[in-house]
Design a protein around this ligand. Structure first.
Ligand code: CJB
Length: 832
């Protein structure tokens, strides 16, 4: 049956009223067809609905573009190699305030909006926290009416799909563009040339010009980002690579040389083929660097084009105006090449001298650091850089030279420090460019993402630069958008919040949540709160059953840890805790077991494909679950479930149903964490270390409403030393849990290398670098406090309410407002 059989098609774009909306959906099914005429199942309904919603967005989008063009405000460009947008439909209708109308319209076809929204594939163009933060930031930029755009890459295959097989995690390409994305619009007029390789020519007057090599094109695909309750809609511009017809060698093709005939086309396809291609090989490293340059060059050419487009008289001579019109934010070091690329464009294309170009660049770019893990601080081989980007390498060398001279001439006292501060590391064995150093030297501002992390940057990682540029370093504690992460993913709790606060203004002014504090003991609120939590737990239990086949009890304590699998995030400590719990349950009498707080431990997350220990951890969680969940003696009191294929839309089901969540990284290693904020906002209590944003969450929600354990950041180095010196004495409970796994209680898989990583001096591991052994006893004690607290329902619900009430600070609206005022210098530009 076709859509038109149910509702008569009528164009009426951007209709507000359900019958007209239904007509427009039917219109899209018929006149923007992607399927056979008679097909109008849930999938077809999704695409037609999305296109109908896009009509609403287009109007705002065009209006916003024109308004920014006319008013010519200073604008921010957020450069990020990752965006984890997730699904867009629910968010779009929610932000536009047309959810009810669309739900009613879809009923006319016999569909529920929620089910249709569930047809959408996640746009997963990112790996984890950094990418999701970028997406939350876009939502806040649009909501705050800030003149701002995001730039990224249009990866053909986003973050892999995770399947759990007998051997553990398997990766499958995630085909988000399999059919097409209804949200993106290709801009055939926005195309820029991007060069790779080649050489630098010097003209008689000394001017340098990069030429030769291969030239591809960057083509813009725009995704609309609607603000909440505003007419503004901004752009996320994603670049795709393409080669032209001229690059296709017809002669070779006719000669039967099909592959070489289309060589440049296939190289173009590789650029945006996948997010983060493995970079273990030299080819992999080169491709990653090409991606980074592709993003930076296309975005900067586009930014300069717009700078000129907005005022026709902006030709050379007016470049000092550039930083008062443009702010470029580099999301971690991945877009660092924006620095030499802006210098190159200003000098070689626009004709500026070094000093002027440097001044403009420095006033334009700023850098956010998201990690202090040494392996994540990017360093690129000078040889690879010189081969792929010869002109940029010259510019980087000049930046390095000038920085060195500046320090030598102005800061005699720093001479001993210069080598480690330089942009170039000229170690003859492996000369590299240190991207973080380049960002610090060239950017006007450097910020960390939580107070603790920013202090570590100032006191440790970038301490030497601080004495040169004391004002360069800032903190911007991360945030999350309250629209996606409470209002739309948890409608039951949202309604209660709105009812008790007597306003829904909290959705864009999250500080209002503190108003819940005065009702924290109110029994009526408690009853409503508990009912909402139970409804979310049931939805979560259904998801678990659907994807794993395991039945979990909504009356048990739902304990969740979801994030990328990494040794520093210590999922291994979580599972060792579950193993210890299981062993104790087995040893108990049946009568004693009945006094135990029943618990469902859920772990979800993806392991990087080549990260062996992370993959072993995934396997261990699954193996422990297989034994525990099938053990009739204890499975009423404990279940352990690995949630496969964790992504944004899975998080939207899990977080509302959570009661306890684990944020248990080794102190000092998690820059911020952002899921901790989402859990707390949804009335979930955190068990965690004093790390990243946990520190500030605990301050806001109150220390009685947070289960704290573990070493502090400033103890970690000393504890590692002690361990090296043989001073660490493991707790017997820790030994017992490891021994139980070694005994083969969870199958025949060889966990020796994983467990050995927790031991000192075995030759296999790293001497428990992440201090699981040291923190384990305090972790187990904290978990025992959780069990006791959960028995007192009233106390638990009060803790839950106070978590939500204390979450106001963690709105990304607050974060973005601070970036706008304190780093970018931009102000709101609402469409009238
Ligand atoms: N982070 O997700 C990433 N990827 C990186 O390459 C570096 C850091 C994470 O960024 C988040 C957003 O700032 C932080 O909350 C998180 O702690 C950090 O690991």
């Amino acid at each position: 049956m076709s859509a038109a059989d149910k509702v008569k098609p009528a164009a009426s774009p951007a209709a507000q009223e359900p019958s007209a909306i239904a007509g427009n959906i039917s219109y899209h099914a018929q006149y923007s067809p992607h399927f056979s005429p008679l097909a109008f199942g849930p999938e077809q309904a999704f695409y037609a609905t999305a296109e109908s919603v896009r009509d609403h967005l287009l109007q705002r989008w065009n209006d916003t573009y024109l308004h920014f063009h006319k008013t010519d405000p200073k604008q921010t460009y957020y450069l990020s190699m990752e965006y984890l947008q997730g699904r867009a439909l629910t968010n779009a209708v929610g932000n536009l305030g047309i959810t009810g109308a669309y739900a009613d319209a879809l009923k006319k076809f016999g569909y529920e909006l929620e089910a249709i929204a569930g047809q959408e594939r996640d746009a997963a163009l990112g790996n984890g926290g950094l990418g999701r933060l970028a997406s939350c930031f876009l939502d806040s930029m649009a909501t705050l009416n800030l003149p701002s755009w995001g730039y990224g890459l249009r990866y053909r295959y986003g973050l892999f799909k995770q399947r759990i097989a007998q051997e553990g995690q398997e990766e499958i390409a995630e085909d988000w563009l399999d059919k097409f994305s209804p949200w993106e619009i290709v801009r055939h007029d926005v195309v820029y040339p991007i060069r790779f390789f080649g050489h630098v020519e010097i003209s008689p007057d000394g001017k340098r010009k990069w030429t030769g090599g291969e030239v591809l094109s960057a083509l813009a695909y725009d995704v609309p980002i609607p603000g909440y309750k505003t007419k503004n809609a901004i752009s996320l511009r994603l670049w795709d690579a393409k080669a032209t017809a001229e690059d296709f060698n017809l002669f070779q093709f006719n000669d039967g040389q099909y592959e070489s005939a289309a060589q440049l086309h296939s190289r173009a396809q590789q650029i945006c083929a996948v997010l983060y291609p493995g970079d273990a090989t030299e080819e992999g490293k080169l491709l990653r660097l090409k991606q980074q340059y592709f993003l930076c060059s296309a975005s900067l050419q586009d930014i300069i084009f717009r700078f000129k487009e907005r005022k026709a008289d902006r030709v050379s001579g007016k470049w000092s105006e550039f930083p008062s019109k443009v702010a470029v934010q580099m999301n971690d070091t991945h877009p660092t090449l924006a620095i030499p690329e802006l210098m190159r464009l200003l000098m070689d294309v626009e004709g500026l001298g070094w000093d002027e170009a440097w001044d403009v660049t420095n006033k334009t770019v700023a850098y956010t650091n998201h990690t202090v893990l040494p392996e994540a601080l990017e360093k690129w081989s000078q040889a690879v850089m010189r081969k792929l980007l010869p002109r940029h390498m010259e510019i980087i060398e000049e930046i390095d030279k000038r920085f060195r001279e500046m320090v030598i001439s102005t800061r005699k006292d720093m001479e001993g420090k210069i080598e480690s501060m330089r942009v170039l590391d000229n170690n003859p064995e492996k000369p590299v460019v240190r991207m973080a150093n380049l960002c610090v030297v060239a950017g006007h501002t450097v910020n960390g993402v939580a107070e603790l992390h920013s202090n570590i940057l100032k006191e440790e990682l970038f301490a030497d630069y601080l004495s040169i540029w004391p004002k360069k370093f800032q903190n911007k504690t991360n945030g999350i958008t309250p629209r996606r992460w409470l209002r739309f993913c948890n409608p039951e709790l949202s309604e209660i919040v709105t009812k008790w606060l007597k306003t829904d203004q909290w959705t864009s002014n999250l500080d209002l949540l503190t108003g819940l504090r005065k009702f924290a003991d109110d029994e009526k609120l408690h009853a409503e709160w508990a009912a909402a939590k139970l409804a979310s737990k049931k939805r979560l239990a259904k998801h678990v059953l659907d994807v794993t086949g395991v039945t979990i009890d909504p009356n048990s304590l739902f304990d969740i840890q979801i994030k990328r699998i990494h040794e520093y995030k210590r999922q291994l400590m979580n599972i060792l805790g579950a193993v210890y719990r299981y062993k104790k349950l087995k040893e108990m009498s049946a009568a004693d077991r009945q006094k135990v707080t029943p618990r469902t431990v859920m772990v979800g997350g993806k392991a990087f494909a080549t990260y062996t220990n992370a993959k072993r951890i995934v396997k261990l969680v699954n193996d422990v679950g297989a034994v525990v969940n099938n053990d009739a003696d204890v499975n009423k009191y404990l279940k352990v479930v690995f949630i496969p294929n964790y992504n944004v839309s899975v998080a939207e089901v899990l977080i509302p149903g959570s009661e306890l969540s684990q944020h248990i990284s080794t102190a000092g290693m998690e820059a911020s964490g952002t899921s901790n904020m989402k859990f707390s906002l949804n009335g979930c209590v955190i068990i965690g270390t004093l790390d990243g944003a946990n520190v500030e969450i605990r301050e806001e929600v109150g220390q009685d409403n947070f289960f704290l354990f573990g070493a502090k950041a400033d103890q970690v180095a000393g504890l590692r030393k002690d361990r090296e010196n043989g001073l660490f004495k493991p707790d017997p409970r820790f030994e017992e849990a490891k021994q139980f796994i070694r005994s083969g209680a969870f199958g025949t898989y060889d966990y020796t290398p994983l467990l050995d990583s927790l031991e000192g001096n075995t030759g296999f591991g790293r001497g428990d670098y992440f201090l699981v052994g040291y923190d384990f006893p305090s972790y187990i004690d904290a978990q025992a406090r959780v069990d006791e607290a959960y028995k007192d329902k009233k106390k638990w619900i009060k803790m839950s309410i106070l978590n939500t009430a204390g979450s106001g600070k963690f709105s990304s609206d607050r974060t973005i407002d601070q970036y706008a005022k304190e780093i970018w210098g931009i102000s709101a530009c609402p469409v009238p």
